[in-house]
Design a protein around this ligand. Structure first.
Ligand SMILES: NC(=O)c1ccc[n+]([C@@H]2O[C@H](COP(=O)([O-])OP(=O)(O)OC[C@H]3O[C@@H](n4cnc5c(N)ncnc54)[C@H](OP(=O)(O)O)[C@@H]3O)[C@@H](O)[C@H]2O)c1
Length: 277
């Protein structure tokens, strides 16, 4: 039996995966509540008094932690949130997790044992980091500078994550599944940057720097220290080759291939998102 007539909460519902999930659920006619600081009622990870009102009357919840399950306190927050959710009557929890992050696996375990139906979406780096996040401005400026070396990553598309999340939130066949969500092939950051340049028909330079140079560059741009620490962790620890394999989560969950990076780059280029001002 599909569950499309009871309300679904989408935490991070204005973010890269969340807003795509909200759009899809609304198109299916599923009642949706966005969980974020700008939503009504507001949901804020740092303010636990906002959690229970967000969960009231909810059947299934998509949990996208912010900023990242690897930051200190994330596992405790997810554990406490899951308890609040189950106590409020939420029956299904779908967690967005990060591939290759030990700390994220601790949060996955918390969700598996929370007492609700669960699905884990363990995602690789998103394509949309190049168009909706910290790599957008560098692409527009024509130069991507990161400490990424030659490590290949199977970038995954946020649209594929959203499709899997909606299936897990509304259909019964995904309960108890851990999906490794990746794209269909691996690319280094240099190759991904080159594919964007090809789609734009414009050269986008790629510059590989040392982690220390990258951190110094972020500091010079005034990037807050905690954001710098997270990016350093992602580029040095998570991007050490541990994720250099493709997963089969999109295929298992949806019975189709994931979106290729070049298709993402082409579509995004057509939308003008990388055009110079
Ligand atoms: N980016 C990747 O490549 C990647 C890969 C694998 C896993 N992930 C995981 O994806 C998750 C989301 O990361 P993202 O970079 O993609 O962010 P995002 O979902 O694009 O954006 C952040 C979302 O969280 C909300 N938010 C921000 N601060 C909040 C707070 N203090 N309390 C409540 N809501 C807050 C924002 O809405 P408001 O501003 O309205 O609050 C927005 O909806 C993280 O757990 C990350 O580990 C990301």
């Amino acid at each position: 039996m599909n569950n499309t007539d009871t309300e679904v909460l989408v935490l991070g519902g204005t973010g890269k995966t969340g807003r795509r999930i909200v759009d899809r659920l609304l198109a299916l006619g599923v009642p949706v509540r966005v969980g974020s600081r700008s939503a009504q009622p507001a949901f804020e990870w740092e303010d636990r008094s906002t959690w229970e009102p967000a969960m009231r009357g909810i059947h299934a919840a998509y949990i996208s932690y912010y900023p990242d399950l690897a930051v200190p306190g994330a596992t405790d927050a997810v554990r406490d949130l899951a308890q609040v959710a189950v106590a409020a009557g939420v029956q299904r929890l779908v967690l967005l997790s990060g591939r290759g992050e030990e700390e994220a696996e601790a949060a996955e375990q918390v969700i598996r044992t929370a007492g609700a139906d669960w699905t884990i979406l363990r995602a690789s780096w998103f394509n949309q980091n190049f168009s909706e996040s910290y790599l957008l401005d560098p692409v527009i400026a024509g130069e991507v500078v990161v400490p990424a070396g030659g490590v290949p990553e199977p970038f995954v598309d946020a649209d594929d994550i959203a499709d899997v999340a909606v299936a897990a939130l509304t259909e019964d066949g995904h309960v108890g599944q851990l999906y490794e969500l990746t794209g269909p092939r691996m690319l280094t950051f240099a190759e991904a940057t080159a594919e964007i340049g090809k789609a734009l028909d414009r050269e986008i330079a790629f510059v590989n720097v040392s982690p220390a140079e990258y951190a110094a560059g972020l500091a010079a741009e005034g990037v807050p220290e905690d954001v710098t620490e997270l990016l350093m962790y992602l580029f040095t620890t998570v991007l050490d080759g541990r994720n250099s394999s493709v997963g089969d989560g999109v295929q298992r969950a949806l019975g189709r291939e994931p979106r290729d990076f070049y298709d993402y780059a082409w579509d995004t280029a057509q939308q003008g998102i990388w055009d110079r001002a």
